[in-house]
Design a protein around this ligand. Structure first.
Ligand SMILES: NC(=O)c1ccc[n+]([C@@H]2O[C@H](COP(=O)([O-])OP(=O)(O)OC[C@H]3O[C@@H](n4cnc5c(N)ncnc54)[C@H](OP(=O)(O)O)[C@@H]3O)[C@@H](O)[C@H]2O)c1
Length: 260
């Protein structure tokens, strides 16, 4: 059985570790600089909690770095100081290239679950696209096999493709979530419940499962209702930041539909 050391107990580490363990993988260690966080996850999956990189065991078959993008290289370098040669290391980032690991390990790759993870919310792993890559084809096959044990949606995606996917993911997830936040803040200021917008948010996401997003666009900019847009801009004077964003997005949608 594959022995895994999980480096990172944040949003991804937490859910990925639990899923791997649920599917019978031996996650033997969980690292976090915060011992409590490491212990909390480790206890759930029968692993050893550790809070020093030097304590990462040499016996694991696979080291999964689920740490912040900016920490990947530093963590890889520190692990390479004491792990024996020939060890396999992957990271879970959508943005960082696999080559970050190349100076430190001969067998390296990517294990990127394309979903938004927050600790509070249980993800449905079966449908999460797992994007796999390794320049070593034998290792890539092993990673594809491991990914298939936790998801039904497994893909070989190279570094360049993954970088593109990540940009698109920022638009559809991070930015739309920020727009949800703006809606929530405006209603909050006016003592209106956010629940009034929730069916709209759900329907927006559901419609694009079936139809192209462009075809599903509605609203004043799509229709060219300029008087309505002026009313909105007048109201938004009390939220200058939101007003600026409203103007940019409205201009884009107007142009999109003016050109046909
Ligand atoms: N969240 C998502 O939706 C998502 C989805 C797909 C992929 N990813 C990728 O998965 C990776 C982890 O993301 P996340 O959302 O799980 O992040 P997170 O919740 O912020 O957790 C980050 C983890 O990195 C560790 N860390 C940060 N700096 C470190 C350092 N200098 N040395 C050692 N450990 C360090 C933190 O350790 P401590 O516990 O010690 O603070 C924590 O365990 C990132 O590469 C991210 O791009 C994220």
């Amino acid at each position: 059985m594959l022995r895994i050391a999980l480096i990172g107990a944040g949003n991804v580490g937490y859910h990925l570790g639990r899923r791997l363990a649920e599917k019978g993988c031996a996650v033997e260690q969980v690292f976090s600089r915060d011992k409590k966080k490491a212990r909390n996850l480790a206890e759930q999956i029968g692993a050893e909690p550790i809070d020093h990189l030097k304590a990462v065991s040499s016996n694991a078959d696979l080291y999964i770095l689920a740490v912040s993008d900016d920490a990947i290289e530093q963590v890889a370098e520190r692990l390479s100081e004491h792990l024996p040669e020939g060890k396999t290391v992957v990271h879970t980032s959508g943005a960082a290239p696999s080559t970050l690991l190349a100076p430190y390990f001969q067998r390296y790759g990517i294990f990127y679950p394309l979903q938004t993870f927050s600790r509070q919310r249980e993800p449905d792993f079966n449908s999460i696209p797992i994007c796999i890559f390794s320049p070593q084809s034998e290792l890539e096959q092993e990673l594809l096999g491991l990914a298939r044990t936790i998801s039904q949606s497994v893909h070989r995606i190279d570094d360049e493709q993954r970088a593109v996917l990540h940009v698109a993911a920022v638009f559809v997830n991070n930015f739309s979530n920020y727009l949800f936040q703006i809606g929530q803040e405006i209603l909050g200021q006016e003592q209106l419940p956010f629940g009034l917008l929730q069916p709209l948010i759900l329907e927006t996401a559901q419609k694009v499962q079936e139809y192209p997003a462009r075809e599903m666009q509605t609203g004043p900019a799509r229709r060219g209702d300029l008087a309505t847009i002026e009313h909105h801009l007048a109201y938004l004077k009390k939220f200058p930041k939101f007003r600026a964003l409203y103007e940019v997005l409205t201009r884009e949608i107007l142009e999109e539909w003016l050109k046909g």
